[in-house]
Design a binder for this molecule. Sequence first.
Ligand code: IPE
Ligand code: IPE
Ligand code: MG
Ligand code: MG
Ligand code: MG
Length: 301
Amino acid sequence: LSDDFRHYLQAKQDLVDESLERIFHAQTGVPASLAEAIRYSLLASAKRLRPILVLMANEAGGGNDGKAMPAACAVEMVHTYSLIHDDLPAMDDDDLRRGQPTCHKKFGDALAILAGDALLTLAFQVLSEKYPPATAAACCRELARGAGAAGMVGGQVEDLAWEKATAQRTAQALENIHALKTGALFHACLRLGAYAAQGENLAGPDPVLLGSLDGYGRCFGLVFQITDDLLDVEGNAADTGKRVQKDAGRGKLTYPALLGVAESRRRAQLLAEEAFGHLRPLKERGERFAQLLRFVLERDR
Ligand code: IPE
Ligand code: IPE
Ligand code: MG
Ligand code: MG
Ligand code: MG
């Protein structure tokens, strides 16, 4: 990975951190305990990959960071809510997240559930307040599709159902879980970025750009979750900021569980090649997307 790209990632991460802080700070009238729980999870140390994808898609569509930042923050709010709920005792029952005790360990289940609810809602508030009507509507639609019953939430239901299921475990079922619980939100990030860049141009984003980003996003989501599953087997808590070696004990249907570590790596590599193919029509506009995917393939956190 080039130094130049590392600096790019760090700069965008810092920008996202600042913007999240600023947007949340502007919310008045939030009960102190709720504000504390939200800030604790939202502003903790995180990779900010989803907002960075929003910024990158926006840039590829000709927009500047300022235009895309509300959309980038909205996605990170939804993602943070999904993590808070994912860690609850009724779901994955985890005690470590982003290098610190999980939200419910620190604040109790009720406040953690409500902090998640508030973050999910705030995301749509931000989109509707910060964009003109047509862009706001498009962004709300894409984020709702990615996060909702046929997207992330649906995938979480499948993920939990397969812990207990006795049906034959197949690569097809596995890919479906990953595409929904993780892929759908990444896909939404790219679309939000493209819509944020279009301004009030009602014709919508360039279909070539959208087509490439859709294909790339599908592969990116799968690669990302395969590497997440691999980190659970091969990673450590100090780097990942969360407990490792938990999936097998819970009976999760994961890539390493079904196919083994080596074959999982091979699949991730194949999907990355496929993603690079989707970027080809974008020429040099696709370069950063390729680098981000290489970063994901090599990540240890
Ligand atoms: C973890 O996401 C949850 C998954 C979808 C696998 P990240 O690995 O992006 O977590 P943060 O945002 O950096 O904490
Ligand atoms: C979570 O997948 C996906 C979400 C929608 C939050 P995991 O359950 O594997 O994520 P981690 O490993 O706890 O971060
Ligand atoms: Mg989970
Ligand atoms: Mg989990
Ligand atoms: Mg995991």
